[in-house]
Design a protein around this ligand. Structure first.
Ligand SMILES: [Zn+2]
Length: 241
């Protein structure tokens, strides 16, 4: 009986170790192999000379036939449904990350389409805009923009027109919302300068769903007329399709 218990205990330890190895090492390794985003992102930060060659610059113009303008000029690095680290195939990236070439607080972030802007009381670096979906009549969607604060969270880079607590302020496509920053949330390590953008679905009551889950978001590709989903494995820089 004692031997049996020892055996069971040993098997449990081996199983736990295997689970830890799988989760900590094999899962990230496999996830990164399902993406082409990490190398150019690393280049972007390591070698500023790589930046012009990675940048998508639309100057406020939409791609032909597409409803949305880009929220920011820059390198469209991490893509929609991207499993590259810090994400994994079990929890992919819900939007796109656009890395601007400039100092924190200087690269403009703009509304992609006409709508109504909300900034919750507790949002330092985030706004969300409600839209009538231009690609599916009668549906309400939301566009979400975050990381608009300096790395220490000491201020907000969102423009004064949209203070915390703003509810349903009308905005037009191209309106300035704020500037790219490096803030990832209180208590979190700062991130490289970028804006995170996603298209979020509505709950049955019309409120926005939890943006952090990819299942609650839409592939931005048809809205921008660009290949923005990782499974399309686009060449960089991404341009109009
Ligand atoms: Zn992101």
């Amino acid at each position: 009986m004692k031997r049996l218990l020892t055996l069971i205990g040993s098997l449990a330890v081996v199983g736990l170790l295997m689970a830890v190895v799988t989760y900590r090492f094999l899962l990230p390794l496999y996830s990164n192999s399902q993406s082409n985003s990490l190398d150019p992102i690393a280049n972007w930060f390591r070698d500023p000379a790589s930046r012009p060659g990675l940048t998508t610059r639309m100057e406020g113009q939409a791609c032909p036939g597409a409803p949305f303008i880009l929220p920011s000029d820059g390198f469209i690095g991490l893509l929609w449904d991207d499993p590259a680290g810090p994400y994994t195939v079990l929890g992919t990236h819900s939007g796109i990350d656009i890395f601007g070439d400039g100092e924190a607080g200087t690269v403009p972030v703009r509304a992609v389409y006409d709508g109504y802007l909300t900034r919750l009381d507790e949002w330092l670096s985030t706004v969300i805009i409600r839209h009538d979906d231009p690609l599916e009549t009668g549906r309400t969607i939301w566009t979400y923009y975050t990381h608009m604060a300096p790395r220490d969270g000491s201020e907000s880079y969102i423009v004064e027109a949209f203070p915390a607590g703003t509810i349903e302020a009308p905005v037009k496509q191209g309106d300035l919302l704020g500037y790219q920053g490096e803030f990832a949330g209180a208590g979190r390590a700062p991130i490289g300068l970028h804006v995170h953008f996603s298209i979020v679905l509505s709950e049955a009551d019309g409120s926005f769903k939890n943006e952090a889950l990819t299942v609650n978001t839409l592939d931005p590709s048809p809205y921008f007329g660009m290949m923005m989903r990782i499974s399309d494995w686009p060449e960089r820089p991404i341009g109009c399709t």
